[in-house]
Design a protein around this ligand. Structure first.
Ligand SMILES: [Zn+2]
Length: 210
């Protein structure tokens, strides 16, 4: 199976900073453990791995350049308090993917339901991994990476939109893309108010990119 043989997939690990566990309640730790194992599975799905393989080839990024992909259990905040979706140590070839906070997920779940939260969490991690992989080539060109990451994520969501009716809504949530509602496939029950609510909850691009 692809999952077994994909070199990138075999470099993925769930990683926890044990010394930081004490900063969180047992409930929070339980939540983050579930979150990370869900994200881990989402990133390892053969369809996504196949897509990444194609993307790396297209960008002429050697899979060898990726030494490790760590799905971090605990969230990380920048000095300004904003959450980080991922980062890339280009020298070591090490990518880290971080979760949203429990607080954010609670609010999100209340507003949009559990399934949308799961779809959001999985796709946010996918978008972050695409973004960080591109940094291996475009080390400091943040603008280029953002533009390319958006294009690639769009290609991926379009490929799978037949199977996943959430894909387009989630794409909009993650990238705050100005996709007109008319273009939304009719079977997707897209609530126009979602965008307004989303702005309130600050679910926008800031959370996704460094
Ligand atoms: Zn970046």
């Amino acid at each position: 199976m692809l999952e077994e043989t994909s070199p990138l997939s075999s470099k993925m690990r769930i990683s926890v900073d044990r010394e930081k566990l004490g900063n969180f309640s047992p409930n929070q730790v339980r939540f983050y453990l579930k979150y990370s194992s869900f994200v881990f599975r989402a990133l390892k799905k053969p369809l996504f791995q196949k897509f990444l393989h194609w993307m790396l080839k297209k960008e002429r990024i050697e899979e060898e350049a990726v030494k490790a992909v760590q799905v971090k259990v605990l969230p990380l905040r920048r000095m300004n308090g904003k959450g980080i979706a991922g980062n890339c140590d280009t020298t070591r070839g090490r990518i880290r993917i971080y979760p949203k906070t429990t607080k954010f997920c609670q609010i999100f779940k209340q507003k949009f339901g559990r399934n949308t939260l799961l779809a959001y969490a999985g796709n946010r991690a996918r978008a972050a991994l695409i973004h960080e992989l591109l940094h291996l080539k475009y080390t400091v060109d943040e603008k280029k990476v953002r533009a390319l990451a958006k294009d690639y994520f769009c290609i991926f969501t379009q490929k799978r939109s037949a199977q996943d009716s959430y894909a387009l809504c989630i794409f909009t949530m993650i990238f705050s893309a100005k996709i007109s509602l008319e273009k939304t496939p009719p079977r997707v029950s897209y609530d126009p108010s979602i965008r307004i609510k989303l702005n309130e909850t600050c679910l926008r691009v800031s959370g996704i990119f460094k």
